[in-house]
Write a protein that binds this ligand. Structure first.
Ligand SMILES: [Zn+2]
Length: 304
């Protein structure tokens, strides 16, 4: 048995060190390639754990990587070659700081819907109901009309990624090109987003990429059997979701569960997640205004 953690941005190395010390005490941190063999053996003294970090934010290089090296804890990062090469942001990073009403007005023009019907929902949840081309059409129109101030890029650059890859401590995995909600896309777009992220990273790093994390990562809502088949046909060894739960020898290697962990969360809150295991996501879905409920309601409005 084991657990796999999923982090994004971390700007507080002391918080991370505290969490890693808890992990080292209670779990056996392993490399990604050891996940299945150690799980099958089952004779380890402690359950295994593996750290994953999505999106390739610069804070991985600046804050997370030094702590991992200090404690010799292996990890996997999931990045987009498009962002690394072109030093661009994902759409949800780009709209951060944009004015909601102005963006909604453009969106309502593009998809021909009354903006008042969508006003009560968080902008990010609305965008997660669109295709990636529509998302960027709305963003490009906003940029043209309002000329927002250029922000520093979130993504690590090629040299940083190569240094991390060469460390031998961190595995680099694919995470699509533009972070679409794959379930919203036509088959050709979904396939291209997935395969091109593998080949693009292989071109940068000079070796094959073996693993993948689904953008946003909730089974059914964000990806389905179609995406798992694309990955299986490509020869991907491990694909990770964001569904909570433990990893064991019976886990589906094309939809491996992970426990999300946000910078600043207390150990107690983290332990609660581990205690509830696969039930944690279900409990979170009961909360009013959660993303899953919002997106279902938004889709009903859009499809009317
Ligand atoms: Zn992501």
């Amino acid at each position: 048995m084991g657990i796999i953690l999923n982090l994004h941005e971390v700007h507080d190395p002391f918080w991370l060190e505290n969490i890693l010390c808890f992990l080292k005490k209670n779990y056996n941190p392993v490399r990604q390639t050891e996940l299945t063999s150690l799980c099958k053996n089952g004779n380890e003294k402690k359950p295994i754990c593996h750290i994953t970090v999505d999106d390739g934010d610069k804070s991985f290089y600046k804050a997370i990587f030094p702590v991992l090296k200090k404690h010799m804890i292996p990890a996997t990062i999931f990045v987009s070659p498009d962002l690394v090469i072109n030093q661009r942001d994902f759409w949800f990073q780009e709209i951060n700081g944009y004015e909601k009403q102005k963006l909604l007005r453009i969106l309502s023009d593009v998809i021909d819907i009354d903006e008042n019907n969508l006003n009560k929902f968080p902008l990010v949840d609305i965008f997660k109901c669109l295709t990636i081309n529509l998302i960027w059409e709305v963003i490009d129109r906003y940029k043209m009309k309002y000329q927002p101030r250029k922000k520093p890029c979130h993504s690590m650059d090629v040299n940083e990624l190569k240094e991390i890859d060469n460390s031998g401590l961190v595995t680099v995995g694919a995470h699509t090109l533009r972070h679409p909600i794959l379930a919203n896309e036509e088959l050709t777009v979904s396939k291209n987003e997935i395969i091109s992220s593998f080949t693009g990273l292989a071109d940068i790093l000079g070796h094959k990429i073996e693993c993948f994390a689904y953008p946003n990562g909730m089974p059914v809502l964000d990806f389905g059997q179609r995406e798992m088949d694309i990955l299986k046909d490509y020869g991907c060894s491990y694909s990770f979701s964001t569904e909570s739960g433990n990893f064991n020898s019976r886990s589906n290697l094309l939809s491996i569960p992970r426990y999300g962990l946000n910078c600043g969360e207390s150990r107690l809150y983290f332990k609660n997640k581990l205690f509830f295991g696969a039930q944690w996501n279900k409990i979170m879905k009961l909360k009013p205004g959660n993303e899953s409920r919002n997106r279902k309601a938004i889709l009903r409005i859009i499809k009317k």
